[in-house]
Ligand binder design. Sequence first.
Ligand code: 9MR
Length: 379
Amino acid sequence: MKVYQSIAAAVLASAMIFPTAVPAFAAQDQRSQAPGIQKQDTLRWVAPQDLKIGTAVAGGGHHETQGYPAPFPNDKEYLRHLAAEFDSVSPENQLKWEFVHPARDAYRFAEMDAIVQFAQENKQVVRGHTLFWHSQNPAWLEQGNFSKDELRAILKEHIQTVVGRYAGKIQQWDVANEIFDDSGKLRTTDNIWIRELGPEIIGDAFRWAHEADPQAKLFFNDYNVESLNAKSDAYLDLIPKLQAQGVPVDGFAVQGHLSTQYGFPADLQANLQRFDDLGLETAITEIDVRMRVPAGTQPTAAQLAEQASYYQRALQACVNVDECNSFTIWGFTDKYSWVPVFFANEGEATVMWNDFTRKPAYYALQDTLEQASPGRGNR
Ligand code: 9MR
């Protein structure tokens, strides 16, 4: 937190004029053009062809209360690494209701449009996040006192508008996010859609998303579902039931917000595999590995090694499961991570330091990808 604030202050002090346009990344392969980054020495270069290696694109959410301009598109060095290292990008906040749909009759698409354009220019796919959630909803929606018919129409219009706008440009959608609590019960109180419209609305959300973009792969996404537990069991039970009703569900995604305090979920691969066995795609969509770093201290070499091992084992679990096709880290530099903002005395959760130099965790990912696809570096 301390480091984070001092960086933020430095950025603020040095950046009085904020460029608003996305730098012109040309249509050709940009990986070789990122200054100081050799394209052969990146994550995407060594990744197997059938595994997208992704990151969240920092913006919105907690960034809005920090003392720096929006990382995307203002931090040029950040953008160089974003382009060079990754096959896939996920908007960290820019597609959440409160951001993209700030008033009932107004959408704010500029930031997401820029991310999609950046992705296309850099030959990256995009994961859409998210359409149906209990959190980060605007007050006009949560406190709107709408009738059931109105709410249903609002959700349908939102999904059709947002998914439709990016049809053909978003590879995977986290249609429904975090619909169960940790005991495996549907969030019938805090999820406005389930509370007001009943659980059947979940299937409708998937149907509407599919109508708006038949090519996109549609996912459930949640945290604390890395392991075999009540919450992941709930998805294992729900998804086939929905599919039997003709609901177009393609995948199950595990977020992967891990902490070295809690031990590595050793049954991650077994858990992904049981969804794979149902014929579903799987994905790891938001991994980071936080550690205890009291203010004024630095992580020890042992902590960094442990973190690297968590990243390595999570990636290996995905590599080992046939249809685990996407592995996304929730930000790649500590400079912009959500972790120290939300967890006192925890941080350093990503694979690069504030200055974009690489941690052991970065090399653990790179080595694991390379071993998963030996000789891959010829493309
Ligand atoms: O990283 C996001 C942060 O910027 C927001 O302030 C926060 C608000 O809830 O959401 C963070 O992203 C979350 C993601 O959308 C869903 N899974 C948990 C992530 C971390 O909280």
